[in-house]
Ligand binder design. Structure first.
Ligand code: HEM
Length: 115
């Protein structure tokens, strides 16, 4: 079970890398597939990690999980809206893409600094 949990942590970290890497460091202003799929992956892998943590013995920090969930939904919303506008030929939405990237950085800070 511990190995399964580590595999989902790996997937969670790769999702974070896709969102932050794409939005903040590489494709500035453009809603890439890596950004959109990374944002979706964070919601799925994050919720699975919470489920696995609930099965363990250590207490789960529900306040932290709740805040991360709200931020991750905002990340996904920004990415989805920017990608949909671009797909419909309504132009790029660089502010939304930047917001998704920096909110993901915020969630990374919450994940690592809130103890
Ligand atoms: C943009 C969205 C997100 C980002 C960038 C993000 C980032 C991270 C990072 C970097 C870690 C590793 C921290 C460490 O090992 O010290 C982590 C762990 C974790 N995240 Fe997220 N996260 C996001 C969304 C979520 C969501 C939506 C949930 C659940 C509601 C969640 C639940 C967790 C849990 C339970 C862990 C602990 C894994 C463990 O060490 O056992 N995350 N997250």
């Amino acid at each position: 079970m511990e190995f399964v949990e580590h595999v989902f942590v790996l997937a969670h970290l790769l999702g974070m890398a896709a969102v932050v890497g794409s939005a903040v460091f590489v494709a500035r202003g453009r809603a890439t597939p890596a950004l959109v799929w990374g944002a979706r992956a964070q919601l799925v892998t994050g919720l699975i990690l919470v489920g696995l943590a609930e099965m363990g013995e250590d207490p789960v920090n529900h306040a932290k999980v709740g805040v991360k969930l709200v931020v991750a939904v905002a990340v996904a919303a920004c990415a989805e809206i920017a990608a949909a506008k671009a797909r419909k030929g309504e132009g790029e939405r660089p502010q939304l893409v930047q917001a998704a990237g920096w909110l993901a950085v915020l969630n990374t800070a919450i994940a690592t600094l809130w103890h």
